[in-house]
Design a protein around this ligand. Structure first.
Ligand code: ATP
Length: 486
């Protein structure tokens, strides 16, 4: 069950321990834009690298690319984003605050649930989904009016009509105003893959089925930007487009659904905190779509989308560019002859890297209290980030800043740092240093004490169990490497 009370504490923790800062904070911040600090950037990179490896290295038929953020403006005409990448919005006339209609209604249903009016909440969401899938704006407006849904700022029900609002950011390319072309910051990374489909297929001699993976920034002018890094205006996606024979898309759609669910579990997300949610209203390009949802501290929300995009994108790019984007299938035979050319169908997996960071952090954050042997209470905040993703793997801590202990610790640091991320610290009492490492999420600490000088043994302390064991100094690197790879 989601615990909403934990969320503000988690946000404060992320700031205090160098994970995530509000962008341009010294100027009071920029709404829904965030910066990653020293630990956040490393965690994000570790997740990105793990995804990249799972997709490309672990699948012989998937390769990765890195397309530019700026694309020819016609791309967005062809993809349908200029005409239909919009959300229904409504403004409150008294506060001038703008809301995404589905968010406004969902928030109200949460309020009903908080008042134990579960059935009403469910009926409301069912009506909303039905009206949204029929693009029935008048019906949606009536739903808001008849439920007397209020603006959270003005507390009135004085609403405008519902309108569509395009989410793409635009800018100009070109040095002279008259010559400048309006171009867009990409709202998804997928189109960079589609326009390069033939380049990759030909130069990589790829045979269908095959995939192209990519990670990179995407930009959306989200109106209701809230819930920390869950919904940002600048964010990062990790997408993979899998090109298949027409008619086989459902088979691959089901394959990737199962595969992606397993992947999330492989980074320590418990199965009971993940579920599928089928799309009621399909996007203009899709013949099937599902979200993998995670039980965030503020409720079940989308983490990843898996979409069967048909041949929509490649067909549209073929039409708008007038360049053939077809595949000659040598292996597929009809009456013993090659089947010939076709536009492949596409199954896409699309996950937000920032949402994954939030997933890992929400799952890892724990406030613990316990009674010590002398009856007094002890406590700690710990980030139980899986060792393979943790920003720092090992803290190397000489017990004292003298007696030759720092020299042994430095030697160990030099030995380990080329294999994994280490952190060296000699200040403060050892208990305090352990607590700081718990809060950052460092899975292992090695302490060098006076005994080390006699027997070349050190203490290995485990973050999650807080247990300590003596191990040989000469084995530290191999033992930690083994634990990270588990
Ligand atoms: P939502 O319904 O939450 O707006 P979406 O259905 O528009 O998301 P997609 O277009 O399917 O999202 O994008 C794929 C993934 O990109 C999402 O599953 C999510 O993880 C991530 N994503 C989309 N929009 C944002 C955003 N504004 N901030 C952070 N991540 C995002």
């Amino acid at each position: 069950m989601a615990d909403a009370n934990i969320f503000p504490a988690l946000i404060a923790h992320c700031k205090e321990y160098g994970y995530i800062f509000q962008s341009s904070e010294i100027y009071d911040g920029l709404s829904a834009v965030y910066d990653y600090g020293q630990n956040g950037a490393q965690l994000k990179k570790n997740i990105r690298d793990y995804w990249w490896k799972s997709m490309t290295q672990m699948h012989e038929n998937i390769v990765g690319i890195d397309a530019a953020i700026f694309m020819h403006p016609t791309t967005w005409k062809a993809s349908g984003h200029i005409d239909s990448f919009s959300d229904p919005m409504i403004d409150n006339k008294d506060s001038n605050k703008r809301y995404r209609v589905d968010h406004l209604i969902e928030n109200y249903s949460d309020e009903l649930r908080a008042m134990s009016r579960e059935e009403e909440a469910e009926a409301l969401i069912a009506s909303m989904e039905r009206l949204i899938s029929g693009d029935d704006f008048e019906g949606l407006k009536n739903l808001i009016d008849s439920n007397k849904i209020k603006c959270s700022v003005s507390k009135t029900c004085n609403w405008t009509e519902i309108r569509q609002f395009n989410l793409m950011f635009s800018t100009e390319m070109g040095s002279v105003a008259e010559e400048a072309n309006t171009i867009y910051l990409r709202p998804e990374t997928a189109q960079g893959i589609f326009v390069n489909f033939l380049n990759v297929q030909k130069t990589g001699r790829m045979k269908i089925p095959f995939g192209i993976a990519q990670t990179g920034k995407a930009f959306r002018n989200e109106i209701v930007a809230r819930q920390f890094i869950f919904r940002m205006r600048e964010f990062e996606q990790m997408e993979m487009q899998f090109f298949v024979r027409p008619g086989t898309q459902m088979e691959w759609y089901n394959f990737w659904k199962a595969e992606r669910l397993k992947w999330h579990q492989s980074i320590g997300i418990p199965a009971q905190k993940l579920k599928f949610h089928d799309h009621v209203k399909l996007a203009h390009y899709a013949d099937a779509a599902v979200d993998i949802e995670f039980d965030f501290p503020f409720g079940w929300k989308e983490l990843e989308g898996i979409h069967s995009r048909t041949d929509y994108d490649l067909s549209r790019h073929q039409e708008f560019s007038k360049k053939k984007l077809q595949y000659f299938d040598n292996d597929l035979k009809e009456d013993g002859k090659p089947y010939g050319n076709y536009i492949p169908y596409v199954v896409e997996t699309s996950v937000g890297l920032d949402r994954l960071v939030l997933t890992i952090l929400s799952n890892a954050y724990e406030e613990q209290k316990w009674n010590k042997e002398d009856g007094t209470e002890d406590s700690r905040v710990v980030l139980k980030i899986p060792a393979k993703l943790a920003p720092t793997k090992l803290a190397i801590l000489p017990l004292l800043k003298k007696d030759g202990l720092p020299e042994i610790a430095r030697q160990l640091m030099n030995d380990c740092k080329s294999s994994f991320q280490c952190f060296y610290e000699e200040k403060d009492a050892i208990g305090k240093r352990y607590r700081r490492m718990d809060a950052i999420g460092t899975p292992f600490c090695i302490t060098i004490d006076h005994q080390t000088k006699e027997d070349s043994m050190v203490t290995l302390r485990d973050r999650d169990t807080m247990t300590q064991e003596r191990i040989a100094l000469s084995n530290v690197k191999e033992i930690i490497k083994g634990k990270i790879e588990q």
